[in-house]
Design a protein around this ligand. Structure first.
Ligand SMILES: NC(=O)c1ccc[n+]([C@@H]2O[C@H](COP(=O)([O-])OP(=O)(O)OC[C@H]3O[C@@H](n4cnc5c(N)ncnc54)[C@H](O)[C@@H]3O)[C@@H](O)[C@H]2O)c1
Length: 478
């Protein structure tokens, strides 16, 4: 029996018995985990035998008065969440974990003179499990490199914890399914922390889409286009050069959710519509291998990165939805173009475009509205969450979205409300990573996006409460 065939049967068998009996051995999402050529067959097999155990869409867990938090991964993103979370009322940071002891100690120091005195876990690759096993933690925030997110999130849910995972939440389709099945079985939240949904323009657009300004949504253009050439080749930026290793081992869009998430919400993906299939095409790599080779000439640290087959520089994906909408999603981390999210929305009655700046809106007359008219529209459609939190949030990163997302997550947990993004969003948005990898490796053939909701998308209700119809009672204390 070939290895591929054996893997397929293992996958199909897993589908039959459900996730409960499966081990974590099948997590192989480290830097070199090529997508299986049989992915389309695996997807079909899995989907046919899929039963939704419990619908996590709209799910509200019991209220938690004081949310006790553990954070795994203290590079850049972990401390950022630590800072915002420590400023929110009714939060206690109980534990911090990082592989590197000196980093964990350094980050804990930032909490001196606050009410938080977390225990530290560090020094070995599995210390994070001890953090998850604690009985006095309600929410685990996962901020390690993304190929580690799913296994940590699944283990945390198994230990009875809600999970908030940095983006993307998974790197393989199997991981996406395991996230969904574990959340449904344990009834624990698994929210991906897609903060770009809380940027001022994205919030405004979501409200306008919901209020019908655009009519029927027809098409969305979105991207995460921002040069990471300096960061990815900087020896002191990311732990173990993990981003560079991802570019050196994968194809397709390896960072889709900042662009895709907000557009998916405007199109009610998983709530009335869903991703149907996608195709992905990418340029060749004109820059990364050359840079690695150049650096290796004078610094043998870069020897291992020279001669690698890097992901192409410009990744473009087209997604078709079940209701007939289209999305074009790009990822460019290499060219010297300025930061560009695109964020173009095209409906039957209106359109909008964020990047290149300035942002523009069309009210349906084949022209962009004047600056005065733009302001009027902005005043009319800015959602309540922005009125309430916008000024305060400005102090946090990513256009204020860093505080806004953490604050609303905690507020929903305090008030026992559904979260803004659920496990089906985490799975569908993250599934673009392995699906685009497969498409690129297969002459840009189309591939179906699994229905992680098992049909529930037809009746699921909207869930991001941007007008704070409920809750909104949590205070920011510093
Ligand atoms: N939402 C956003 O705006 C945003 C911005 C940046 C990064 N991110 C995401 O956040 C995540 C973290 O990115 P980063 O820039 O902080 O990376 P980083 O390299 O700075 O930090 C990763 C940390 O994880 C630790 N780590 C690695 N293996 C571990 C293990 N087994 N146990 C415990 N700790 C371990 C490393 O020591 C390191 O401190 C990534 O998945 C990235 O995609 C999101």
């Amino acid at each position: 029996m070939t290895n591929k065939r054996r893997d397929f049967l293992k996958f199909a068998g897993l589908a039959g018995i459900g996730i409960a009996g499966s081990s974590l051995d099948s997590f192989a999402t480290g830097p070199s985990s090529p997508v299986d050529a049989m992915l389309p067959q695996q997807n079909r097999e899995y989907e046919h035998s899929r039963i939704q155990h419990f619908n996590m869409s709209g799910y509200a867990a019991p209220k938690i008065e004081n949310v006790r938090i553990g954070i795994i991964g203290l590079g850049q993103r972990g401390p950022s969440h630590m800072k915002t979370m420590s400023a929110i009322e009714g939060v206690e940071i109980k534990a911090l974990c990082d592989l590197r002891t000196e980093r964990a100690v350094e980050i804990k120091k930032r909490l001196e003179n606050t009410d938080h005195n977390p225990d530290l876990y560090s020094g070995s690759e599995d210390e994070w499990k001890k953090l998850c096993q604690r009985k006095d933690i309600d929410l685990v925030i996962v901020t390690t490199p993304w190929y580690l997110h799913a296994k940590m999130a699944i283990y945390a849910m198994e230990q009875g914890k809600h999970v908030a995972s940095e983006v993307p939440a998974a790197g393989t389709i199997e991981e996406c399914w395991k996230l969904v099945e574990t959340a449904e079985r344990t009834r624990k939240h698994c929210m991906m922390l897609e903060n770009y949904s809380y940027m001022p323009f994205q919030l405004l657009m979501l409200n306008m889409a919901r209020e019908g300004f655009f009519g029927e949504m027809v098409h969305g253009d979105c991207a995460y286009n921002t040069s990471k050439m300096k960061n990815n080749f900087n020896k002191n930026m990311y732990w173990n050069m993990w981003w560079l290793r991802q570019y050196a081992s994968r194809k397709g869009n390896i960072y889709p959710t900042h662009g895709l998430g907000p557009i998916a919400q405007m199109m009610d993906i998983n709530r009335g519509d869903r991703f149907d299939f996608l195709v992905s095409v990418e340029s060749k790599d004109f820059a990364m291998a050359a840079k690695a080779k150049e650096l290796a000439k004078t610094d043998n640290y870069f020897d291992e990165f020279a001669g690698k087959d890097y992901r192409g520089n410009m990744s473009t994906t087209v997604i078709k939805t079940k209701q007939g909408r289209t999305i074009v999603l790009q990822h460019d981390a290499t060219t010297p173009s300025p930061h560009n999210m695109i964020h173009g929305l095209y409906g039957t009655k209106g359109a909008a475009l964020y990047d290149p700046q300035p942002p523009r809106i069309s009210a349906g007359k084949h022209e962009w509205v004047s600056a005065k008219e733009y302001e009027k529209i902005e005043r009319k459609y800015t959602p309540e969450i922005f009125h309430r939190m916008g000024e305060l949030a400005k102090r946090s990163g990513h256009g204020g979205s860093d505080l806004m997302i953490d604050w609303h997550l905690i507020d929903c947990l305090h008030n026992g409300l559904p979260l803004d993004q659920d496990v089906y969003d985490a799975a569908a948005w993250s599934s673009v990573v392995p699906l685009t990898d497969w498409s690129v490796r297969n002459d840009s053939n189309s591939i179906k996006v699994p229905d992680f909701t098992a049909g529930a998308w037809k009746t699921n209700k909207r869930n991001m409460d941007i007008n704070l119809e409920r809750g909104g009672t949590t205070k920011v204390i510093s």
